[in-house]
Design a protein around this ligand. Structure first.
Ligand SMILES: *[C@@H]1O[C@H](CO)[C@@H](O)[C@H](O)[C@H]1NC(C)=O
Ligand SMILES: *[C@@H]1O[C@H](CO)[C@@H](O)[C@H](O)[C@H]1NC(C)=O
Ligand SMILES: *[C@@H]1O[C@H](CO)[C@@H](O)[C@H](O)[C@H]1NC(C)=O
Ligand SMILES: *[C@@H]1O[C@H](CO)[C@@H](O)[C@H](O)[C@H]1NC(C)=O
Length: 357
């Protein structure tokens, strides 16, 4: 069974790789003028490098398959955000907020920060990070800069409505918050059910702020089954199961509230096109979560040990104790861009968001 899944997964990878490479080669004009990225380590491309935190990936063996080497991306190659950008036809990767220049902001900015969460305190145990609320404030200042540069407020207002926005966040609100009872009080304050509710309520306000700043085409990623990550398995044990079921159950409560939120926002906010990406669905049939262990030797916090030697054939699901390999990222990006079924992306996939109207 597992082998059949792995084989299917390999076939999907080969197809995905071929498509992404072809697309990268024929990329001409991007399908949308700009692309803005919000989230955590799944999209961070260097924003944490200068922060006082252990949650940064600007060292080997991160980036082993990336042309510029270690950049702060938490994987061997490209992130989910990078690959979606290529599928959208952007010839260059969207730069990190930490480094972006005025000349670059009109094609978009990546605000992603590893260990950050929907809640401001999330990730504090690892050091500094840019919470989602702060990422949205950073976006507000970028929109002001853009408006100044473009010199016509009406033009900028129309321009930013055409962009694609993605938000991939919430994992650390579990891993580096609720699931660390000795460092955070959330698990004493809330049941898992209440916690999912308060997280989604706060996320709702944040996504509404993003809408008010002009975002109209927004892909909101649900959480992956975090109980299947190697480090959570090492921390909590599985009781003979494949994954930590308790964690996957908690994450499911969050996802089950997030999808209806997307429907609600689309109903309430004029011209909004929010969409929900189901990572659990994208990751399960291919058997990504069934493979064992990280590719690099990991520290207690789940990150690769500096200068360690990673696995040679990087086709396993995880690069370190938490973060996917580039190959997993390709599958995720491909299926959020071109959904295989409405279960992957609902009500729209990202390719559908690129169209006007
Ligand atoms: C930002 O730019 C500096 C100088 O060009 C470079 O050394 C650094 O790696 C860049 N950081 C990121 C996150 O790209
Ligand atoms: C987290 O909790 C552990 C166990 O109580 C403690 O040793 C550690 O100092 C705490 N870390 C932070 C950053 O608060
Ligand atoms: C500002 O942009 C709008 C929308 O593109 C355009 O119709 C208008 O003519 C522009 N105004 C000026 C002064 O260029
Ligand atoms: C996501 O996909 C999984 C697997 O197909 C499914 O069980 C779950 O209900 C979906 N989640 C949502 C919120 O639709």
């Amino acid at each position: 069974m597992t082998r059949a899944f792995s084989l299917l997964f390999l076939v999907l990878i080969v197809v995905a790789l071929t498509q992404v490479q072809t697309l990268a080669l024929v990329a001409g004009k991007p399908q949308v003028p700009c692309y803005f990225i919000f989230g955590d380590a799944l999209v961070d491309n260097g924003n944490n490098n200068a922060l006082a935190t252990v949650s940064k990936a600007n060292y080997k063996p991160y980036g082993i398959d990336f042309p510029q080497g270690a950049t702060g991306r938490f994987t061997n190659g490209r992130t989910i955000a990078d690959i979606i950008g290529q599928l959208l036809g952007f010839p260059k990767f969207i730069p990190p907020y930490a480094n972006v220049t005025d000349q670059e902001i009109n094609t978009g900015v990546n605000y992603g920060s590893a260990s950050s969460g929907i809640r401001d305190e999330t990730g504090r145990n690892l050091g500094d990070r840019v919470s989602l609320s702060k990422q949205i404030r950073n976006h507000e200042s970028i929109i002001s800069r853009l408006s100044l540069l473009q010199g016509n407020k009406t033009f900028t207002d129309e321009y930013v409505k055409k962009c694609i926005y993605i938000s991939i966040i919430g994992s650390d609100d579990y891993i580096n918050n609720y699931l660390m009872p000795s460092n955070y009080s959330t698990s004493k304050t809330y049941t898992v059910d209440q916690y999912a509710t308060v997280l989604v309520q706060q996320y709702s306000q944040q996504l509404t702020s993003l809408y008010k700043l002009g975002a109209r085409k927004i892909a909101v990623f649900g959480l992956a089954p975090l109980g299947c990550t190697p480090t959570e398995i090492a921390r909590f044990g599985t009781n003979g199961k494949l994954c930590v079921d308790k964690i996957n159950d908690a994450v499911k409560l969050f996802n089950d509230r997030l999808k209806p939120l997307v429907v609600e926002l689309n109903n309430d906010l004029p011209d909004a096109r929010f969409t929900f990406i189901n990572l659990t669905n994208i990751l399960s049939p291919g058997g990504i979560t069934l493979t064992t262990g990280p590719c690099c030797p990991v520290r207690e916090d789940g990150q690769c040990i500096q200068n360690s030697i990673p696995c040679l054939i990087r086709v396993s699901a995880f690069y370190d104790g938490f973060h996917p390999t580039e190959i997993s990222n390709i599958v995720i990006a491909e299926r959020s861009y071109n959904a295989l079924s409405p279960m992957d992306a609902s009500p729209y996939d990202i390719s559908c968001l690129t169209t006007s109207g």
